[in-house]
Ligand binder design. Structure first.
Ligand code: ARG
Length: 369
C-alpha cells in the first residue's frame, strides 16, 4: 500500500469509528491530523488500543463467509503489538488457546501482532490454525488430516516428529523477520479435545474420532484503516457441521461416512436408501452431543442461521446492508431448512476485514532445507 493509500484508508476507518461510537465532536479532525503527521514522518501510524478493538469487531462484522456474525461486538482483543521475541510470541499464542477456551465457555478472541508496515522484525505465523491435526501421505494411504499434508512436511523438515496417529496436533511455527522459523509443541494439558460419541449408536464411539474445541484461524491478514496485521489469529466457536459434515465427511478429508454407516448397520450397496445422508445426520448429531456433554461451546446450523437472521435485523435497523457469500453462509447439511437458502446476498467486500494471504512458507520445499 502506498503512503497516500494508507492515509486515505485511515481516514475512512476513523470516520466510521467516529460515526458508530460516541466520541467528542473534535475527536475525528484531531485524530486524522495526528495520524497524517505520523504517516508523513514514518510511513505508517500506530492505532490506539480502542481503534484495533473496534477494527477487529468491524472485520468480523464484514466477514461475508461467516454465519456467526451476530456476536461481532463480543470479540476480545489481546494487544500483542509489543511482542518481539519468539518466547513472547509463543506465550501469546498459548495464552490465546487458554483464554479463548475459557474452561469450555469459548470466547471469540483475537491476538493482534504488529502490522507489516512497521517493517522491523515482522512476525509470521506459519500454521493455518493454532490447533490442527497433522496429515501424512504413506504407502498405506493417508494418515490424519489430508488438509495438513504440506504443512506437516514443512514441520518435519524443521525437525518436528509426529507420532503418526490420525490426530497429532501440529506444533506452532513462527518466523520473526528473515530468521529461521522456530517451532514449539503445544503442551498436551492445554489442548482441549472432544471424543466423539452418539447417544443412540454407541458403536460410533469405536471409530475413535475426536476433534479439537476451538477453530483458531492463524493465516489470514487483518486489515484495519490501511494497516496490515498479517499475524492476527482469531477464533469463534465451532458450528457442528464444520466438523461433522466437512472435516469428518469429505472424501478428501477423514472420509468417515462409509464407516459411520457400517457402525449404524445401514446397507451401503445402493445410493437410493440414502445411507450417506443418514450417516451424515447421525455423525453431526454425535458431534453436537459430544461437545455439549463436555460443556464445550458449539452451535448447530439451525440455531446459527436463526442468529444470523437476528444479525440481519439488527443491521437493517442501523441502516446498514448485510453483505454475504451465499455459498459459504448456507450450511452443508439441510441448507434449504434455513432462511439463508431462500434469499440472495451481495458479496461486496468492505474493510476492515480478514483476507487470505500467501502462505509464509514455500509449499513442499522449505527455504531453510
Ligand atoms: N471450517 C474450519 C474448520 O473446520 C474452521 C473455520 C472457522 N470456523 C468458525 N466457526 N469460526 O476447522
Amino acid at each position: 500500500m502506498t503512503i497516500e493509500k494508507v492515509s486515505q484508508e485511515a481516514k475512512l476507518f476513523l470516520t466510521q469509528y467516529f460515526n458508530e461510537t460516541d466520541k467528542p465532536y473534535e475527536y475525528l479532525t484531531q485524530r486524522i491530523a495526528q495520524v497524517n503527521s505520523e504517516i508523513d514522518q514514518k510511513g505508517y501510524y500506530t492505532q490506539t488500543y480502542d481503534e484495533i478493538v473496534y477494527g477487529a469487531k468491524l472485520a468480523w462484522r464484514n466477514s461475508n463467509r461467516c454465519i456467526g456474525r451476530l456476536f461481532w461486538e463480543r470479540i476480545e482483543v489481546a494487544d500483542a503489538r509489543k511482542a518481539d521475541t519468539y518466547e513472547e510470541v509463543f506465550d501469546y499464542l498459548l495464552s490465546h488457546i487458554q483464554l479463548s477456551f475459557n474452561h469450555g465457555r469459548i470466547k471469540p478472541y483475537i491476538t493482534i501482532f504488529r502490522p507489516q508496515q512497521e517493517k522491523k522484525n515482522i512476525i509470521k505465523i506459519w500454521n493455518h490454525q493454532l490447533l490442527r491435526y497433522a496429515g501424512y501421505q504413506t504407502e498405506e494411504g493417508i494418515i490424519g488430516d489430508s488438509d495438513s499434508i504440506q504443512f506437516t512436511k514443512i514441520c518435519e523438515g524443521l525437525g518436528w516428529k509426529g507420532a503418526r496417529t490420525n490426530f497429532d496436533i501440529l506444533p506452532l511455527v513462527v518466523q520473526i523477520g528473515d530468521n529461521h522459523p522456530q517451532w514449539m509443541e503445544i503442551p498436551d494439558d492445554i489442548i482441549p479435545e472432544i471424543p466423539i460419541e452418539h447417544p443412540d449408536y454407541p458403536e460410533i464411539a469405536s471409530l475413535n474420532l475426536k476433534w479439537y474445541a476451538i477453530p483458531i484461524i492463524s493465516d489470514m491478514r487483518l486489515e484495519i484503516g490501511g494497516l496490515d496485521y498479517i499475524a492476527a489469529p482469531f477464533n469463534g466457536w465451532y458450528m457442528g457441521t464444520e466438523i461433522g459434515a466437512r472435516n469428518f465427511a469429505d472424501e478428501y478429508r477423514y472420509n468417515m461416512l462409509p464407516k459411520v454407516a457400517e457402525k449404524m448397520n445401514i446397507n451401503t450397496k445402493h445410493e437410493s436408501n440414502l445411507w450417506r445422508d443418514r450417516a451424515l445426520v447421525e455423525l453431526n448429531a454425535a458431534v453436537l452431543y459430544s461437545f455439549k456433554k463436555q460443556g464445550i461451546t458449539i452451535t448447530d446450523h439451525h440455531t446459527a442461521a436463526k442468529q444470523f437472521e437476528v444479525f440481519e435485523k439488527h443491521e437493517a435497523a442501523k441502516g446498514r446492508d448485510v453483505t454475504g457469500k451465499w455459498t459459504w453462509l448456507i450450511p452443508p447439511v439441510s441448507p434449504a431448512t434455513t432462511h439463508i437458502w431462500h434469499k440472495p446476498y451481495t458479496n461486496d467486500i468492505l474493510t476492515p476485514n480478514f483476507f487470505y494471504q500467501d502462505k509464509s512458507y514455500q509449499p513442499l520445499s522449505c527455504p531453510f532445507h
